[in-house]
Write a protein that binds this ligand. Structure first.
Ligand SMILES: [Zn+2]
Length: 98
């Protein structure tokens, strides 16, 4: 038996994609981003989220600085790519682990 993996867009109900790359390109198009920009955005969000969790567990100056730096980098990326008005747009968490 063969197992075939299909990928679907998180934001619309388009035809499933045969590869993650195709699905990522499609999802990126919802935000007028390239696939690379979309992946970078996901990583920035994931890092900020993780550092926020660390900060909630251990509130010290190093964790506060790391969290502030991550938020600053995320906000700069979103402003540069006209994503600031999207609020907390949900993107798949698996981008943080690529
Ligand atoms: Zn879509």
């Amino acid at each position: 038996m063969k197992v075939k993996t299909m990928y679907c867009c998180e934001f619309c109900n388009t035809t499933p994609f045969d590869s993650m790359e195709e699905a990522q390109k499609h999802e990126a198009s919802h935000f007028k981003l390239t696939r690379e920009q979309y992946i970078k955005w996901g990583k920035l969000k994931s890092v900020a989220s993780d550092l926020g969790s660390y900060l909630s567990m251990s509130n010290n100056s190093e964790n506060r600085k790391n969290f502030d730096d991550a938020i600053e980098e995320l906000c700069a990326f979103e402003a540069e790519n006209n994503l600031s008005n999207l609020g907390m747009a949900k993107i798949p968490s698996y981008f943080g682990f690529m």
